[in-house]
Design a binder for this molecule. Structure first.
Ligand code: CP
Length: 311
């Protein structure tokens, strides 16, 4: 194994990770997930994960907690800001300083872009960005690529469609930056008002083969992976604009009949009406596996952040 660059470091942006770093994380995930429980539970023994979620979460928070438990550690945190002193007006800076006193690694989700970078500057212990504004969700991108690697057996040479809310969906930006390390073809499919923010992909526009569409059917038969995203109602300044575009795309059995037989449907979740429940039991639907890989990948990240030589 090469040197562990993650040890005692923040995970703030996917842009800070090279292809070598990502592949090191994927190999580490493979190794750590196959350790015997007694070996695995040494990696976080006596250590505490502290979390603060200023926005709701199911998967990210619970997979980090479950991952920490699998490493023999414990978790404390705030998932309902209204039940904490944040409700009394305590600042993000003071909240971070306090949780830093009680934990060894901090997981932060916050509605502002740059919040995790700011927290990392204040905290002695490593900060892991669990979603910042509409900017980044780096551990989601890592688990998305890990899912492709496990389920498609490769990342290079995949043709990937990313469908839905490309304007506000933070997972999309982290995913595109991660994919820019690979030789992939990416098709962005969205209503025009939810198109990609060009300025946010400026650095990678020449590295990725990127194509934009408004109709999924235009490109559907070519796709190896369809990465579906939720239209982010909570980020629309005008709810009437949301009403115009909600339900634009729905992946259902009709769509699957026009796609490659082995197309994989991914979604960072939660899903709304953009994926029909009727396809959940097909081999194409891998979004629950994706959520399961999230726990394994996050266990590896915690092990790497907390230990200089975990494996
Ligand atoms: N994918 C994701 O971030 O899910 P949660 O919002 O439930 O954490």
């Amino acid at each position: 194994m090469p040197n562990n660059h993650l040890y005692d470091h923040d995970i703030v942006s996917i842009k800070d990770f090279t292809k070598q770093d990502l592949e090191f994380i994927f190999r580490s995930t493979d190794k750590i997930s196959t350790l015997r429980p007694n070996e695995k539970s040494e990696l976080g023994k006596g250590r505490t994960l502290g979390y603060i979620f200023y926005e709701p979460s199911t998967r990210t928070r619970m997979s980090f907690e479950a991952a920490m438990a699998s490493l023999g550690g414990s978790s404390i945190g705030i998932f309902d800001p209204k039940s904490s002193s944040i409700e009394k007006g305590e600042s993000l800076a003071d909240t971070i300083r306090i949780i830093d006193l009680y934990s060894d690694v901090i997981i932060l989700r916050h509605p502002l872009d740059g919040s995790s970078r700011f927290a990392g500057e204040l905290s002695r212990n490593p900060i892991i960005n669990a979603g910042s504004g509409s900017e980044e969700h780096p551990t989601q991108a890592m688990l998305d690529l890990y899912t492709m690697l496990k389920e498609k057996k490769k990342i290079n040479n995949l043709t990937i469609g990313i469908v839905g809310d490309l304007k506000y969906g933070r997972t999309v930006y982290s995913l595109l930056y991660a994919l820019a390390n690979y030789n992939v073809e990416v098709h962005l499919i969205s209503p025009s008002i939810l198109g990609i923010r060009k300025e946010s992909i400026y650095d990678i526009r020449k590295k990725l083969k990127l194509y934009e569409h408004s109709q999924l059917e235009d490109i559907l038969p070519k796709l190896d992976v369809i990465y579906v995203t939720r239209i982010q109602r909570e980020r629309f300044p005008d709810i009437q604009e949301y009403e115009k575009v909600k339900g634009t795309y729905t992946i259902d059995n009709n769509i699957l009949t026009k796609a490659k037989p082995d197309v994989s449907i991914m979604h960072p979740m939660p899903r709304m009406e953009e994926i029909s429940h009727s396809i959940d039991d097909t081999n194409n639907a891998i979004y629950f596996k994706q959520a399961a890989y999230g726990k394994e990948l996050r266990a590896a990240l915690l092990a790497l952040v907390l230990n200089e030589n975990p494996i």
